[in-house]
Design a binder for this molecule. Structure first.
Ligand code: ATP
Length: 271
């Protein structure tokens, strides 16, 4: 899609607009006046050091936490405050914990959101099979979801989100716990979904993955937006580098590599 540096679309409202979002847990202000947009077909990544507020922002969009201030709109309308309402508004999500029904089959798991939307059972089964085939899961359709290895369970969760044909896909740490091959496959899927016109908002620690799929990156630190721009703009941003300095996690090391002048993909791993 075409990148719009000003974040404005001109005519239609953004698929997702978060404006002045402030969330507090008791006295702790986890998000302070955070604003960002995701336009049609755009992939936006929220990144930042541990505790920066990424998950809180994601949860606010998913109506899992109540903001103290600010607005969240989807295609110009106030975001629904229930999971079913979000589904009806074309929003699908995957969560860090996956939330699969472990004893149900993979197929049954993927049918669940279609049933919530009131689809015809035969159509739902056919749609679920198509999505499983698309994500390389046709061979495990009858297996209990809980018996699959983690990368496949993660793909089931993605299939369950994608099966409704969302216009906004929310992914919480989609690359977390995956190896290089699965991450490459995930990146291909995200690009395909985006090419189909779906907007994607993802929270992610895996910086190479983010830099490879995101049209724009929004960087949070201590609950505030400290930078926003294309992956190339973010790489060279001193404020982003500073935010990741002085912490010792693996994420910090990989992010530090990514925001310095070298191409992180060509650097040796720091493990
Ligand atoms: N339910 C909660 N109750 C109290 N404090 C919370 C709650 N959820 C998050 N916080 C705090 O809010 C701040 C932001 O947390 P959040 O989980 O959004 O950060 P994050 O950027 O997603 O971090 P990580 O990368 O470690 O997941 C942190 O200080 C965290 O301890």
């Amino acid at each position: 899609m075409t990148y719009r540096p000003d974040g404005l679309s001109g005519e239609s409202p953004p698929r997702l607009a978060v404006t002045g979002l402030t969330v507090a847990f008791g006295g702790l202000v986890a998000l302070d006046d955070v604003s960002f947009t995701v336009h049609d077909g755009e992939t936006v990544a929220l990144i930042g050091p541990n505790g920066a507020g990424k998950t809180t922002a994601f949860n606010a969009v998913c109506a899992l936490v109540r903001p103290r201030r600010g607005t969240i709109t989807i295609a110009g309308r106030p975001a629904p405050s229930s999971a079913t309402g979000l589904l009806g508004a074309g929003v699908a999500r995957t969560l860090q914990g996956l939330g699969l029904f472990e004893r149900m089959s993979v197929l049954e798991n993927v049918i669940v959101p279609l049933t919530s939307l009131g689809g015809r059972p035969d159509d739902d089964v056919a749609a679920a099979h198509r999505m499983l085939a698309r994500l390389g899961l046709a061979g495990v359709a009858r297996r209990a979801a809980g018996t699959l290895p983690y990368p496949e369970r993660k793909r089931v969760a993605l299939a369950r989100a994608l099966v409704t044909g969302p216009s906004l896909l929310l992914l919480d740490e989609p690359a977390g716990g995956l190896g290089a091959d699965d991450i490459a496959r995930l990146a291909d899927t995200v690009r395909e979904v985006s090419d189909d016109g779906c907007s994607v908002l993802l929270v992610e620690h895996h910086v190479d993955f983010v830099m490879g799929v995101a049209d724009r990156v929004v960087v949070l630190d201590f609950g505030r937006v400290i930078a926003a721009g294309t992956p190339d703009e973010i790489r060279g941003d001193p404020a982003v580098e500073r935010a990741y300095l002085g912490v010792t996690t693996h994420d910090a090391v990989t992010m530090h590599d990514a925001v310095t002048t070298h191409d992180a993909a060509t650097e040796p791993a720091h493990e």
